[in-house]
Write a protein that binds this ligand. Sequence first.
Ligand SMILES: CC(C)(COP(=O)(O)OP(=O)(O)OC[C@H]1O[C@@H](n2cnc3c(N)ncnc32)[C@H](O)[C@@H]1OP(=O)(O)O)[C@@H](O)C(=O)NCCC(=O)NCCS
Length: 137
Amino acid sequence: MPRRWAALHARAFAKGGAWSLSDFRDLLQTRNMVICDHPHGFAALRIVAPEAEILTIAIAPEMQRQGHGRALLDAVLAQARSARVEDIFLEVDSSNHAARALYAAAGFDETGLRKNYYRYNNGGYGDAILLAKTLFY
Ligand SMILES: CC(C)(COP(=O)(O)OP(=O)(O)OC[C@H]1O[C@@H](n2cnc3c(N)ncnc32)[C@H](O)[C@@H]1OP(=O)(O)O)[C@@H](O)C(=O)NCCC(=O)NCCS
């Protein structure tokens, strides 16, 4: 699995920020880590109830815009609910309009900004938007 995740991540984050195979192997050793697998992607979630953080979510580029990202995010939220998570957080690149639209549609609010948080492969920088969603039961 780590090989598949690393290969998919490299394609989904071609601009920068992809995790290496050893990053994924380390991730699997991390406590409280949950990987939500999907036929065309995956998400990594750290759950420390009552909070959780979505560390990454990716769908293979050729399979995007077909509803898989939304289905995967729904699975992540269901997993969080089953762990009694109340607040879920993540960061997104401010220029990532696809992901921002996906999260907005899922009810995430933009709660903060980290300037120059991402470093791209071309040497440029991008801002991170902080997102949060409260889960109700
Ligand atoms: C973000 C990502 C997971 C979305 O997956 P997806 O399978 O393409 O998303 P879906 O087809 O389920 O689309 C769900 C909603 O997201 C938004 N969206 C998805 N792709 C979009 C695009 N290219 N432009 C604008 N909005 C987009 C839309 O609101 C869409 O709803 P709609 O189809 O009813 O308009 C996917 O684009 C991806 O893997 N990107 C690369 C990795 C990444 O940026 N991950 C997020 C890091 S925080």
